[in-house]
Design a protein around this ligand. Structure first.
Ligand code: GLV
Ligand code: MN
Ligand code: MN
Length: 415
C-alpha cells in the first residue's frame, strides 16, 4: 500500500486551516458568498497556484484551477467538491474532496509530471444550499443547468441571489458563459467523506459510489392569523405553529412507513415570534429523498395533500414552493470500474455504496460521466462538528486517487 503520511498530514492541516474560516465565532458555518467563503477561496487559490495551476473564480464564485497536461494533450479530467458548509458543520464534508485532489496535483507538480490530459480542479461555491435553499448552485453553473429564475430567491435577510452573486464578485448575466464545454472531458471524479456508518461497520477505509439518491427541497409557508395570546379564545385561533406541528409529525410518519424514504423538516421560522403573540406565519423547509424517483415524487404529492387538508380544517392558507429537485443519478460504469481498479491496486476490496447524501457529482452528471470515492467517516456522523476522518484513511484515498490518475494516463496514452 502506498500511503504517503506526509501528504495526508498536509491535507489534514489544510482542512484545519479552512475550518477556521467561519461566519460564526464558535462553530463552523460557511454560506454561499459569505466573507468566510471569500477567505477559503483566497487560501485555496494560493495553494492551487503553488501546485502549478492557473486559477480563476467564475461568476457564481466557484474556484477553478487547471493543471495543464503534457504537450499535445487534448482531453481534461475534472476533479472537485465544495467549500461551503451547513450550519454548525463538520470540517470534512466538501473540503476533503477539494484538498485531496489538490494534494494529488501538487504531488505531480513536485515530480514534474504531466499527464496526457489536463486536470481541472473545481472548488464549488454552494453545494449545501444553506443560504438560498436551492442546492448545487456552483456545479449547476459549470454543468450549464443553472436556472436563472432562481436569482430572485432571497436569503434570511431578504437579499436576492442576484445581489449575492454581485457581492461575491460575479455578474449574474454572465453565468451561462461559465458552463464548461463538454467535448474534451474525460469525466468528473469526486472524493467525499461517506457521511454514513457502513464503511466503519465493515472495517473498510474507502468505498466506491454507484448511485446517488434523488432529493426534493420544498419551502412550505403556513399563513394563519397573529393575535393576542391572552385574549383570543382557543376555538377562534388560526395558529400557524399548530398547523406546522401537525405537518411535521405527518412528515415523520410518512418517512417511517415508507421503505427507504427519508423526510426532514430542518428549518422552521415563526413569525412574529413572541411568547405572547399567536404565531401568524411559519416558514419551514422540507427535504425528501429516496433512491427511486417515483417513490420520492409520490411522497411529496402526499405531503402536499396532507398540508392542504390540515390547513383547510384549521381555516388557514399555505404555500408550497418546490425550490429544487434532483433525480437519482447513476455513476458511470466505466469510470467507476477504473476507480475500483485503483482501489484493488491499493490492496482493498471494492465496497459499492449508494449515497443518500447529495453531491456536486449529481449536477456534473448532466455534463459528463461521473465517479465517486467515499472515505470512512467516524461513527457515520456528518453535518455535525463531530464529523471525523483519520489521517490514515486520507493517505489511502490519496494513494487511490494517485493510482487512478496514473491508470487513466496509461489508458489515454493507449498503453
Ligand atoms: C448535502 O450534503 C446533502 O445531501 O444535503
Ligand atoms: Mn453536506
Ligand atoms: Mn458534501
Amino acid at each position: 500500500m502506498l500511503a504517503d503520511h506526509e501528504a495526508a498530514l498536509s491535507v489534514m492541516q489544510r482542512i484545519e486551516e479552512l475550518a477556521r474560516c467561519s461566519e460564526e465565532a464558535d462553530r463552523l458555518t460557511r454560506r454561499y458568498g459569505s466573507l468566510a467563503m471569500r477567505r477559503v477561496n483566497a487560501l485555496v487559490a494560493t495553494w492551487m497556484r503553488g501546485a502549478g495551476m492557473s486559477v480563476w473564480q467564475d461568476h457564481i464564485g466557484n474556484l477553478r484551477g487547471r493543471y495543464a497536461g503534457s504537450v499535445g494533450a487534448t482531453r481534461t479530467l475534472l476533479l472537485g467538491s465544495h467549500l461551503d458548509t451547513v450550519r454548525d458543520a463538520g470540517k470534512y464534508d466538501g473540503p476533503l474532496g477539494v484538498l485531496l485532489a489538490l494534494q494529488a496535483i501538487e504531488h505531480m507538480q513536485c515530480a514534474s509530471q504531466r499527464l496526457p490530459f489536463a486536470v481541472e480542479l473545481l472548488a464549488f461555491a454552494d453545494e449545501e444550499g444553506l443560504r438560498f435553499g436551492s442546492t448545487y448552485l456552483g456545479s449547476k453553473v459549470v454543468a450549464g443547468t443553472f436556472d436563472s429564475q432562481i436569482l430572485t430567491l432571497t436569503d434570511a435577510d431578504g437579499m436576492t441571489l442576484h445581489d449575492a452573486v454581485v457581492a461575491f464578485g460575479g455578474d449574474p448575466s454572465a453565468l451561462a458563459a461559465d458552463r464548461r464545454a463538454a467535448d474534451d472531458l474525460l469525466g468528473y471524479c469526486e472524493l467525499h467523506v461517506e457521511q454514513g456508518p457502513v464503511l466503519e461497520a465493515e472495517g473498510l477505509p474507502v468505498g466506491v459510489v454507484v448511485a446517488i439518491a434523488g432529493q426534493s427541497r420544498i419551502a412550505v409557508h403556513f399563513k394563519g392569523t397573529a393575535g393576542h395570546a391572552g385574549t383570543v379564545p382557543m376555538t377562534l385561533r388560526q395558529d400557524a405553529v399548530c398547523a406546522a406541528a401537525e405537518f411535521v409529525l405527518a412528515v415523520e410518519q410518512l418517512g417511517r412507513q415508507t421503505e427507504g424514504l427519508v423526510a426532514t423538516v430542518g428549518q422552521m421560522v415563526v413569525d412574529p415570534g413572541a411568547s405572547n403573540v399567536i404565531p401568524g406565519h411559519v416558514h419551514l423547509s422540507l427535504d425528501v429523498r429516496h433512491q427511486q424517483d417515483d417513490v420520492r415524487e409520490d411522497a411529496c404529492r402526499q405531503l402536499q395533500q396532507i398540508a392542504a387538508e390540515l390547513c383547510t380544517e384549521r381555516g388557514i392558507a399555505f404555500e408550497w414552493q418546490l425550490l429544487q429537485m434532483s433525480s437519482s443519478v447513476a455513476c458511470d460504469q466505466q469510470l467507476t470500474e477504473e476507480l475500483a481498479q485503483a482501489v484493488v491496486a491499493q490492496g482493498y476490496p471494492v465496497r459499492k455504496l449508494v449515497s443518500g447524501a447529495g453531491h456536486d457529482a449529481v449536477a456534473l452528471a448532466d455534463l459528463t460521466r461521473i465517479a465517486m470515492l467515499f472515505v470512512r467517516c467516524k461513527a457515520g456522523i456528518s453535518h455535525h462538528p463531530a464529523e471525523s476522518v483519520t489521517t490514515e484513511d486520507v493517505g489511502v484515498a490519496l494513494a487511490i486517487l494517485h493510482t487512478f490518475l496514473q491508470q487513466l494516463a496509461l489508458t489515454q496514452a493507449g498503453l
